[in-house]
Design a protein around this ligand. Structure first.
Ligand code: CO
Length: 148
């Protein structure tokens, strides 16, 4: 093999890895202004598992500016948000509901967390959303989760 061939093979390897690497991570940052850094996240269908990451980049405590990430179908969002609020602080504002597809724990400023959930829980073509269920946050701290 010539140097040119080896170089070409290397480039093709990099290209194929870039194309083949499935997007299986959902990474969000929350702040003290009650916002997530993204309004939309796209992941690939068919991942073995998904990783859900949350960073609270603010300084305010969990009791006044708590953030979590809950994932549900778009059609279940309101019910999940209300059930979460009713579940209260001791349950970190997440109800034991089948409609909750995945959720992180509740964070205060400066904290971060990461969870994994089964790939089979997200189906291509379904409409999903992510949101924070701390009381009063779900309308502003929310976004669309696209599974393509
Ligand atoms: Co929040």
């Amino acid at each position: 093999m010539s140097v040119k061939h080896i170089f070409f093979a290397g480039v093709m390897l990099l290209v194929s890895q870039g194309v083949m690497a499935a997007q299986c991570e959902i990474a969000l940052v929350g702040n003290d202004a009650m916002q997530f850094d993204k309004k939309e996240v796209t992941v690939d269908a068919g991942c073995n598992e998904y990783v859900l990451k949350l960073v609270h980049a603010g300084k305010l405590p969990k009791s006044s500016m708590g953030h979590n990430v809950v994932i549900s179908k778009e059609s279940d969002k309101k019910a999940v948000a209300i059930a979460g609020m009713n579940a209260g602080a001791t349950k970190s504002f997440v109800s034991d509901d089948m409609k909750v597809i995945a959720h992180t724990k509740l964070l205060g400023g400066g904290e971060k967390t990461e969870i994994k959930f089964a790939g089979a829980k997200l189906v291509k073509g379904e409409s999903y959303v992510y949101f924070c269920t701390f009381p009063g946050h779900f309308a502003m701290m929310t976004g669309t989760l696209i599974v393509k």
